[in-house]
Write a protein that binds this ligand. Structure first.
Ligand code: NG1
Ligand code: ZN
Length: 531
């Protein structure tokens, strides 16, 4: 068939290094950018097949998020903006690892197993982050799409959540919004302005924020967004990519893991600051107090702030909707306690990776999900959105309930429900702080984090570690869990677990305890058990 000849010809331009084996991990493929050209071409092919199968537009995002600038990666976006299914992750691995002469066979195997009609039209949206390698790698994706004679739209430089949003808008015929970057800014900024317009006496100080753009796409896009906000937020953007290296001593991952401010941000005591990661799907807030102490407000604090706000609105509106918070094992123990015992909301724990959290959040009327690293969003069920809309339009409703329903409606519009989105999350957090008249210090004081430490351990083969119970315990290799339990039992309020990273060639160690010294010692002791 002519299409397969095109694939053969083009794949010769994007050859696979013999013997190289890669795995579709927590967030797609991720490794040094020099090893990825063939993977990108093949993901262009696979996205086309997925589009033919689903008869919908599929997204391909070229990014390695928080990884160093030298790395790159790719992930596929399914029709409603969600991650692809496990079976297709398997096909991705199969296709990426087929040797050059076996590529057509691997491709035909997917076509056969999924009973794909190759004549079906296809459409693929492509986006990329600001890494130097992203330009040629996204071209390789497009080459893959074109080799199968399919339609593509290249969005160029966009954040990961923006690409998810475009895919969802396209596949819902505009019901979710316009599939343009401008449409995205308009929808979010209008919702933000509506939410904050009745907040009395917002001073310039309250509107001012410091931004660490991680020298990446987030910096670029938040500056574009700012013009739509009509001075309702006043941003000072640092690490905007004009001189520094992506994610180098800056960005959300650095700030969260190192528990310190990024370099390049000039912060004074009490100023509200936030950091994005390399593809702007994560956000963490922080400030330094008058004694110069650094305070981090991570994904757990964000989830608490948002769920408290939503719960209050639901009560005021008299809406009987079930709200839940979804976390991972990395969630600080204090946050889980606060949510369950004080807030009385349902808390679920899933494996690491937003696809797992997203899935769990879909089970509730309102599912707030955040990884501790600041990656998350809120999902509203169709029924929940309908109930909110009915109340907002009901002429028999009293003014107070109606206004609350309108606040809820604008909150829904402000949230990018397709995936965690640092720009949308930032606007939501700012709106909630403004509406509740809260300072960052008051938000921070809702509960106190247990001291904690994250470490990375390099081992010969991280895949030998097998976990269970949402990654909170290991079941292999034999004896490892017992070796972790011994130091855990020596410390107070202690918890620790290990798991192989899906994005880096390391084992991650997490420990928390009643003091920082204890948490540090525990993390160290558990690292020794992993070697
Ligand atoms: P890995 O490398 O599998 O731990 C990291 C994050 C995830 C997720 C992915 C994708 C931690 C501990 N892990 O995964 O939560 O965000 O990257 O970016 O933060
Ligand atoms: Zn990211």
């Amino acid at each position: 068939m002519a299409q397969f000849e095109g694939v053969s010809q083009m794949s010769a331009v994007h050859p696979k290094p013999v013997g190289l084996v890669l795995q579709y991990g927590t967030a797609g493929f991720r490794t040094n950018s020099k090893q990825l050209d063939h993977v990108m071409f093949r993901m262009g092919l696979l996205a086309t097949l997925r589009s033919k199968k689903t008869k919908a537009t599929i997204g391909v995002m070229v990014t390695a998020s928080h990884n160093p600038e030298e790395d790159n990666g790719v992930k596929l976006v399914d029709p409603m903006g969600e991650m692809v299914t496990p079976a297709w992750e398997g096909y991705a691995t199969q296709l990426a690892n087929a040797e050059q002469e076996g590529l057509l066979t691997a491709l035909k195997d997917v076509i056969e197993r999924e009973a794909i009609s190759i004549a079906q039209e296809a459409s693929v949206f492509v986006g990329k982050d600001t890494r130097p390698s992203s330009e040629s790698l996204s071209q390789a994706v497009l080459d893959g799409v074109h080799a199968l004679e399919s339609h593509s739209k290249d969005y160029g430089l966009v954040t990961t959540p923006q690409l998810h949003y475009m895919v969802c808008c396209q596949n819902t015929q505009g019901r979710y919004g316009d599939a343009t970057v401008k449409g995205y800014y308009q929808k979010l900024s209008q919702a933000f302005i509506q939410l904050t317009k009745n907040v009395p006496n917002r001073t310039d100080d309250q509107k001012a924020l410091l931004v660490d753009g991680a020298n990446g796409i987030g910096a670029l896009k938040v500056c574009e967004m700012e013009t739509y906000l009509k001075k309702e937020l006043q941003l000072s953007v640092f690490n905007d990519g004009s001189s520094g290296k992506l994610n180098h001593r800056c960005g959300a991952d650095y700030v969260k893991v190192q528990q310190r401010a990024p370099t390049g941000v000039e912060m004074s005591a009490g100023e509200r600051c936030w950091s994005y990661d390399g593809d702007a799907d994560r956000i963490v807030y922080y400030y330094s107090d008058s004694a110069g102490r650094f305070h981090l407000l991570d994904g757990d604090k964000i989830a608490t702030l948002i769920s408290t706000y939503l719960k209050e609105l639901l009560t005021q509106a008299g809406l009987d909707l079930q709200i839940a918070v979804v976390q991972t094992a990395y969630a600080n123990g204090s946050s889980t306690h606060y949510l369950e015992d004080t807030m009385k909301v349902i808390v679920r724990c899933t494996k690491t990776g937003v696809k797992h959290l997203h899935h769990a959040a879909q089970e509730f009327d309102i599912g707030v999900y955040f990884e501790a690293n600041g990656h998350g969003t809120v999902l509203f069920s169709i029924e929940a959105e309908e109930k909110i809309q009915q109340l907002a339009q009901d002429s028999n409703t009293n003014d107070k309930r109606k206004n609350t329903a309108l606040l809820l409606q604008n909150t829904v519009n402000l949230i990018n429900q397709t995936v965690g989105d640092a720009i949308s999350d930032m606007l939501l957090i700012e709106a909630v702080l403004a509406i509740r008249g809260m300072t960052v210090q008051q938000w921070d004081a809702i509960y106190t984090d247990l001291p904690n430490r994250q470490l990375k351990v390099k081992v010969a083969d991280r895949r030998v570690i097998d976990t269970t119970d949402a990654e909170r315990r290991t079941v292999g290799p034999a004896g490892l869990q017992e070796a972790i339990d011994i130091p855990v039992n020596k410390h107070r309020q202690a918890r620790s677990f290990v798991r192989p990273s899906g994005t880096e060639d390391v084992v991650r160690v997490y420990a928390e305890a009643d003091t920082q010294e204890s948490a540090d010692a525990l993390a160290h002791e558990v690292s020794l058990a992993v070697y």
